[in-house]
Ligand binder design. Structure first.
Ligand code: ADP
Ligand code: MG
Length: 697
């Protein structure tokens, strides 16, 4: 392998290449657009496009694409070549500023939730200059936002960028009040830890459920699961190590800071974490990482599963969204400071996050809601569906002392006065972290742990940024008018703690008693996607998101509809796949095994001459009763699917899926898994869990 420092970013049109290939004037102007969001002149865009094209062609690219993130959950791209006919009948390679800045894919098939009438199918892609263009295969990829003809967001990048702007606006107001006059802008950063499973490709190809839905819909637990805890951080198998090395190289070429890799809790489960970066870039990178994980696996005879719950009975996969806010001068606003002044500022930002999570629990919950992630949240492995904030004992004690105006350290008998006193030193012990909290403070960042492994991180971050912007707006409105700044600040923090401490929970989030306690505290427990999604159009949420310019009201309604429609469609595909597997594979296979076993019953034993013993008889009876049960339950599921198709309203459809289809699926699975355990393995029609989970050597 070439030297890492040489390959890193070699396929990215990054700052280094910009500086080398653009004139000083063009470079400076582009930098201003990237760093400060100033509009870009078309003459500058032309110069950038030409340089980009020359660079891309020199690397072997023949095509370019406006790469965007529609609401389907994957990324989309339409490739155009650089060629243009020249008068001499040959072609020249061209790329204009106009083509760089704006694209017009025929977008009529992307979900718009009613935002775009089909007669007005045009959707526009607009270049996001803050995220670098890169080359993959023979194509120059240009990260873009995707909007309708009227400018409504049809993607995940647009609201994410708007939310970053909203947070920047409000955080700047606060920073001014604290006298940070040299700060030009504030950005959020994210480091997403990505979990995934690897399975053997040959085995994968034999399972219709994995191919169609990304998860197993049937499968009895093997004799061994994850109970020995021998996979977590265990030695990485050679085949997996080769995959990871290849994956890292591909990611590094694209300038993705892949840093940490290890085995996860479940057998065949792994994790990859990059070094954190600006949120919209982190979102693009995470989307690319998922794509490259899957492509690289195929080269190694493996399939990478990004589904939240590929296997029942072992842990599912999530994505930890490590989030912080920092200034362009390099100050992380979630780092406790060393002076009284810095501490007060830190506590105010900390409180803004606590308040945001409490006020907008519903938005955070729905930002991670999918049919797949519903299997994780609330199961005994991932954070519960209830949102709470972990601060750790020491920081909680500090906040307690401020709230109750009691001395923090009883030996010293000193009261904390914000803006005057230095905060007591509190250790953020990295070894003693709470792993069960959905939203944990980890020293200088918050780790939002509810995201599913296939979620786009854009969704969680747009709502988080917007909610925190709202807390900061309310704070700034008060503090800007205050006569005595320190006094106003102190009471603002006290009031926040008093009002929002119900969201703070430092105990075990997996404990059943916490769910009861959370209910007493009035926290929301929205277990499923249909339970939480309608909250996106709740009055208070619409008001907040619209007031910060993150969404328009029609955009929110369209998102609600699209997300519920995705949910209904995903589960419907699962149900239909189950029906097909049960009818065409499982029932015939169990039937054949029962018939072969029955044949033996009439045979005489070669040794004693008696009719074969009663255990075969019992087995055949059991098998045939399970076949009956599977047949009946398949029929129930078939009827449920037919009834679903009778319903036209998407909310009613999603509720029907939640209340009837999922239950019918569970029921069918139970009988099939029971049959699997007593059916001869050579008869079972597809690879079983032990092969899938322990098959990679
Ligand atoms: P853990 O113990 O949870 O694995 P790490 O320190 O290894 O914690 O970090 C996990 C992720 O958090 C990495 O992607 C890392 O880059 C990211 N991270 C670290 N510091 C920050 C920060 N200030 N803001 C955002 N993400 C961060
Ligand atoms: Mg972590």
């Amino acid at each position: 392998m070439a030297k890492v420092t040489e390959i890193f970013g070699s396929m990215v049109f990054d700052d280094r290449i910009m500086k080398a290939t653009l004139s000083d004037k063009v470079y400076k102007s582009l930098k201003r657009t990237i760093d400060e969001g100033t509009p870009l002149d078309i003459s500058i865009a032309n110069a950038v496009a030409a340089a980009m094209k020359d660079w891309a062609v020199s690397k072997g690219a023949t095509h370019y694409t406006h790469w965007f993130q529609p609401l389907t959950g994957i990324t989309a791209e339409k490739h155009d070549s650089f060629i243009n006919p020249s008068p001499d009948g040959r072609v020249i390679m061209e790329f204009s500023g106009k083509e760089l800045v704006k694209g017009e894919p025929d977008a009529s098939s992307f979900p718009s939730g009613g935002l775009r009438a089909t007669f007005e199918a045009r959707g526009y892609t607009a270049w996001d200059p803050t995220s670098n263009a890169f080359i993959k295969g023979n194509t120059l990829y240009i990260p873009t936002a995707f909007c309708s003809y009227k400018g409504e967001a049809l993607d995940k990048k647009t609201p994410l960028l708007r939310s970053m702007e909203a947070l920047n606006r409000q955080a700047m107001r606060i920073l001014k009040l604290f006298g940070n006059d040299n700060v030009k802008c504030v950005k959020t950063s994210v480091g997403p830890e990505q979990e995934y499973f690897l399975v053997d490709k040959e085995l994968y190809n034999q399972r219709q459920d994995l191919i169609m839905t990304g998860r197993t819909l049937f499968g009895a637990m093997p004799p061994k699961g994850q109970e020995m805890n021998d996979h977590y951080f265990g030695a990485i198998k050679p085949k997996v190590a080769e995959y990871m090395a290849d994956l890292n190289e591909e990611l590094w070429k694209l300038g993705i800071l892949a840093k940490t890799e290890h085995n996860e809790v479940a057998p065949a489960q792994h994790e990859l974490a990059p070094i954190y970066t600006t949120t919209n870039i982190a979102a693009d990178h995470n989307q690319l990482t998922m794509d490259i994980m899957q492509k690289t696996a195929l080269k190694h005879g493996l399939v990478c599963l990004l589904h939240e719950k590929p296997f029942a009975g072992v842990n599912g996969s999530g994505k930890h969204n490590n989030w912080s806010i920092s200034t362009d001068t390099g100050i992380n606003l979630l780092t406790p400071g060393e002076t009284p002044h810095e501490n007060a500022q830190f506590l105010l930002f900390l409180c803004a996050v606590i308040k945001a999570v409490d006020d907008y629990q519903d938005l955070l919950r729905l930002s991670v809601a999918t049919a797949g992630n519903d299997h994780r949240l609330g199961a005994n492995e991932a954070p519960p569906a209830v949102i709470s904030v972990f601060l750790g004992d020491e920081l909680t004690a500090v906040l307690d002392a401020i709230e109750t105006e009691t001395p923090y350290n009883s030996a010293e008998k000193r009261f904390m006065k914000l803006g005057v006193d230095v905060l007591p030193q509190f250790k953020c012990d990295t070894t003693d972290r709470n792993r069960t909290s959905p939203f944990a403070f980890t020293g200088n960042k918050f780790e939002f742990r509810m995201l599913g492994s296939s979620n786009s991180i854009s969704c969680a971050n747009m709502h988080l940024n917007a909610a925190v912007a709202e807390s900061l707006r309310q704070y700034a409105d008060i503090l800007e008018k205050a006569d005595d700044f320190n006094e106003a600040l102190h009471s603002l923090i006290r009031e926040t703690i008093k009002k929002h401490k119900r969201i703070i929970f430092n105990g075990n989030g997996y404990d059943e008693s916490w769910i009861q306690e959370a209910e007493k505290r009035g926290l929301l427990n929205l277990k499923t996607t249909p339970d939480c999604m309608p909250y996106i159009v709740a009055e208070k949420n619409v008001k907040m998101l619209v007031s910060h310019g993150v969404f328009t009201e029609p955009e929110l309604h369209s998102r609600c509809e699209i997300m519920l429609d995705n949910y209904v469609k995903s589960v419907n595909i699962e149900a239909c796949t189950m029906i097909s597997m049960a009818r065409k594979q499982i029932i015939p296979a169990v039937g054949k095994f029962a018939a072969d076993t029955a044949k033996q019953i009439s045979e005489k034993c070669a040794v004693c001459g008696n009719i074969k013993c009663s255990c075969e008889k019992k087995l055949v009876e059991k098998l045939s009763s399970l076949i009956d049960a599977m047949d009946e339950k398949t029929e129930v599921l078939e009827k449920a699917v037919a009834s679903l198709h009778e319903i036209s309203d998407v909310i009613a459809q999603s509720e029907y899926v939640r209340d009837h289809i999922l239950e019918a699926m569970d029921d069918l699975r139970k009988s099939a898994d029971e049959a699997e355990v007593i059916t001869g393995s050579s008869y079972w029609p597809f690879p079983a869990y032990d092969q899938l989970l322990f098959g990679i050597r």
